[in-house]
Unconditional design. Structure first.
Length: 431
């Protein structure tokens, strides 16, 4: 199995012809492609069998463990590196143009590749996700093939700048397919890999404010110890507290008037989970979790914690939704998180889109703000293993009184996979 990285001017038909395949064979190996006329630069295309000879000599060095030597500098000081970067500045600028918007970046030359590490911001609010992109630009003058022994492509490590202690490691607690593979980067092309860090350490706790460094390494054979690093800072967060109550005055109170039931009362930013039945332990029936609205959802015992979880796509060829509306603090920043896993049937590849959004409504029920995430393809979800999905909403609109978390599952032709959800949370971080 090999993976070809799409470059400018490519079409699926041209890629298939290059490797002696029909378009149908290429599409069969790439079920995530729903429109054969639409591919984008940097996208990975699975090539089942290569007819073109490998002109790049395979690495002869052993495949060592990633040592992740702590690095604080933004770039390497290898002789000639800056000259190489200057000579390829136009390519780097083109990559950065495709990466906008971004907060900071750094570069490094590794053999015949230029690494460009881009992060969303080098100063983050506490709870704000760090978005990470690593671009690998091929400057060899020919096609490059990177060989991997597992399904893992990158290792990401966050360290505390004060003592270089490890805070978070991407691979910790994750399992990767044990199938070797090859990534093909065409002449003058680049590959791009994206990931995020939700500011939680290896134990799942929110990290404190301070200065950190992100180390990223490509785990291809022969390149595993070549690290590119970039520093960033997390600003001190506001500890959620209960708003002080005014001292009662000894004045007569007016006669209480009943408040209509459906109108949500004022709430405070305490940091508690605002969702009801967040772990899906209570169900009115096998297809309806208590306090949630659900379509094409069923109860499953394959839970992250507790007895049950929710399974979107009980019928895997039909759309599914799972949602809950809650009162919200206007002007607050909230963390949304849940555990998610792809439920794979007999090892067959999934063909669906998984989406997440938070809808903010005013007192009249009109939507006044939306925070969308995704849609995400099956390639971004772990097979049969729960992973943490987390993001922050940013400031809630001032006129909003409720928030609705909506999870969607939209299958395409031939899909047999479903999506498990467990341990959902919405917590107010600050206001």
């Amino acid at each position: 199995m090999a993976v070809y990285v799409v470059q400018s001017g490519d079409t699926l038909g041209a890629i298939a012809t290059r490797y002696g395949l029909t378009l149908e064979q290429l599409l069969q190996s790439n079920p995530q492609i729903t429109n054969p006329d639409t591919i984008f630069v940097g996208q990975e295309i699975t090539v089942p069998e290569l007819s073109e000879p490998d002109t790049t000599a395979p690495p002869t060095t052993p495949d060592p463990e990633v040592t992740d030597t702590p690095v604080l500098g933004a770039t390497s000081s290898q002789p000639g590196e800056q000259a190489t970067i200057r000579a390829n500045q136009n390519r780097i600028n083109a990559v950065l143009a495709s990466a906008r918007p971004y907060g900071a970046y750094t570069t490094r030359v590794v053999d015949d590749l230029i690494y460009v590490l881009v992060i969303s911001n080098d100063e983050l609010r506490q709870g704000e996700r760090l978005r990470i992109r690593l671009y690998k630009i091929n400057i060899s003058g020919g096609e490059m093939r990177l060989r991997y022994t597992t399904g893992q492509r990158l290792e990401l490590v966050v360290r505390d700048s004060r003592n270089l202690a490890e805070v978070w490691r991407y691979s910790r607690g994750r399992s990767f397919s044990q199938t070797s593979g090859t990534v093909i980067i065409g002449r003058n092309a680049f590959a791009v890999y994206e990931n995020t860090w939700d500011q939680r350490d290896n134990s799942g706790r929110q990290v404190s404010g301070g200065r950190y460094v992100l180390n990223v390494s490509n785990v291809a054979r022969g390149l595993r110890d070549e690290i590119i690093s970039i520093p960033f800072r997390i600003l001190g967060g506001v500890t959620p507290t209960t708003t002080p109550r005014p001292t009662p005055r000894p004045t007569p109170r007016p006669t209480p008037r009943p408040t209509p039931g459906p109108t949500p009362g004022p709430i405070q930013c305490t940091g508690a989970n605002l969702l009801r039945n967040p772990s899906f332990e209570s169900w009115t029936s096998s297809s309806r979790p208590v306090d949630w609205s659900a379509t094409n959802v069923t109860q499953t015992t394959a839970a992250f914690s507790g007895r049950y979880a929710a399974l979107l796509g009980n019928v895997p060829t039909q759309n599914a939704t799972l949602s809950q509306r809650i009162p919200i603090v206007a002007g607050s920043n909230n963390r949304v998180s849940f555990r998610v896993a792809e439920a794979v049937e007999r090892g067959l590849p999934g063909n669906f889109e998984f989406g997440v959004q938070v809808l903010f409504r005013n007192r009249a029920g009109t939507v006044v703000g939306v925070v969308p995430q995704g849609p995400f393809s099956p390639a971004l979800l772990e097979d049969e293993r729960y992973e943490l999905f987390s993001f922050t909403t940013g400031d809630v609109p001032r006129t909003a009184e409720t928030a609705e978390l909506v999870l969607t599952f939209n299958p395409s032709t031939g899909n047999r996979s479903r999506v498990r959800i467990d341990f959902a949370e919405i917590r107010c971080l600050s206001r």
